[in-house]
Design a protein around this ligand. Structure first.
Ligand SMILES: [Zn+2]
Length: 131
């Protein structure tokens, strides 16, 4: 996994930044009300990386809302690593490999792969890049 340009996938903040750039190319969008111009980044939260607050509907959010990562406790950078593995090996990658490389449990690896495959299928049908 080293030396293949995936260094950013080993750092949680960098992983969030990467996802944000893809989901929000023009800046954060509130998933609750769709607002774009009254959004502030909440500072000083060590547990939840990169949380934003919409001052239009007054709700906090992260880039995970509405994605396959939303209800996952797996750190974002591990998700990205799993997706790199999946992209590289497609259906040849299995939960055993994922749990070894990522250091997650077999059960978690299995769930992650299921969601990644589901997402890949969804992208094929809509033709859209989604996360
Ligand atoms: Zn809002």
């Amino acid at each position: 996994m080293h030396g293949d340009g995936t260094k950013k996938f080993w750092d949680e903040d960098a992983a969030y930044e990467f996802i944000e750039q893809r989901v929000w190319p023009d800046g954060p969008v509130c998933p609750h009300c769709g607002g774009i111009d009254q959004i502030g980044r909440l500072q000083g939260q060590s547990t939840r990386a990169r949380t934003y607050k919409c001052y239009n509907c007054r709700k906090p959010f992260t880039v995970k809302v509405g994605t396959i990562f939303e209800h996952s406790k797996v750190p974002m950078h591990k998700w990205l690593q799993a997706m790199v593995l999946y992209r590289r090996y497609k259906h040849h990658v299995n939960a055993n490999q994922v749990c070894k490389v990522l250091g997650v449990t077999f059960k978690t690896a299995k769930t992650m792969l299921t969601l990644i495959r589901k997402r890949a299928r969804g992208r094929k049908t809509t033709g859209k890049e989604q996360l």
